[in-house]
Design a protein around this ligand. Structure first.
Ligand code: DHB
Ligand code: FE
Length: 280
């Protein structure tokens, strides 16, 4: 049977991808960000899974106001890095895992979560920047990735409760897949940031620290946090953090082992937060 061994949480700031792609990662502004991921890259090399289920949000790239799936699972064999206006990032094609993805769709939909099925999906910075942070700049990504897109751009967006429960359904789906796969679930986006309006540039370290503490120790209580609290305290784009509850829900009920925790302000407009949790 397949099993979930670990979860990874990280911000996905597009400028981080641009810094890597343009060879600026050693510059003073960026060095502390990438340094924070050095232990993560070493851990990834030692713990490369067979498949990553990567929970992220599309930023009106593959989807638009024409079509807004709350949850969409990528079932294709391959996913192209998207052109977000500056040409596609020079990163490898993302290889999918259609068999596990189809099984997850079957199991999770039968568990009453109505997923959209994406058989063609260009993946934007929400997915590719976390891969770059964790794997650096390889010629090919070291394992298949199942993109799992969540709408956190256009309200109504799913609740924290729904996200935590969805993670639990994903765990059940993975654990009922009849192959001995080592699977990681990643939750991406956040932490506090607001990109527009009078509060653009908002960062809230106290909120972010408390969020990380509670995500580790008490995700159940954290999942009851209403959307308005994210928006008020973590800024309009801070709502991306609900996606972290999906990855956390996919972990076992036992207390996880904290492998690495990192926080850095700022990267572009965002507080960068990062966590690696292993199932104990
Ligand atoms: C920034 C952060 C994001 O999460 C995003 O999707 C776009 C931009 C930023 O900090 O610039
Ligand atoms: Fe974002």
């Amino acid at each position: 049977m397949a099993r979930i061994t670990a979860s990874v949480y990280t911000s996905h700031v597009p400028a981080i991808g641009a810094a890597l792609d343009l060879g600026k990662s050693a510059e003073p502004y960026w060095r502390p960000v990438f340094q924070g991921y050095e232990p993560s890259k070493a851990w990834m090399r030692a713990n490369t899974p067979d498949v990553i289920v990567l929970v992220y949000n599309d930023h009106a790239t593959a989807f638009s106001l024409d079509l807004i799936p709350t949850f969409a699972i990528g079932c294709a064999a391959q996913f192209k890095p998207a052109d977000e206006g500056w040409g596609p990032r020079p990163v490898p094609m993302v290889q999918g895992h259609p068999e596990l993805a189809a099984h997850m769709a079957q199991s999770v939909i039968q568990d009453d979560f109505d997923l959209a099925i994406a058989n063609k999906l260009d993946v934007d910075h929400g997915l590719t920047v976390p891969l770059s942070l964790m794997f650096g700049q390889p010629d090919a990504w070291p394992c298949p990735v199942i993109p799992f897109a969540v709408n956190v751009v256009q309200y109504p967006v799913p609740s924290g409760r729904r996200c935590l429960a969805l993670g639990q359904a994903i765990r059940k789906a993975v654990e009922s897949f009849d192959a001995p796969l080592n699977v990681q679930v990643w939750g991406t986006g956040g932490m506090s940031h607001q990109l527009q309006g009078p509060r653009a540039g908002l960062i809230n370290r106290d909120f972010d620290t408390a969020f990380l503490d509670q995500l580790i120790a008490d995700p159940e209580t954290l999942s009851r946090k209403p959307h308005i609290d994210y928006v008020r305290e973590a800024g309009s784009e801070g709502i991306e953090l609900v996606m972290w509850l999906i990855a956390r829900g996919a972990m076992s009920e036992r207390a996880p082992r904290v492998v690495h925790r990192f926080y850095h302000v700022p990267a572009s407009n965002t507080a960068v937060g990062h966590l690696i949790l292993e199932n104990s």
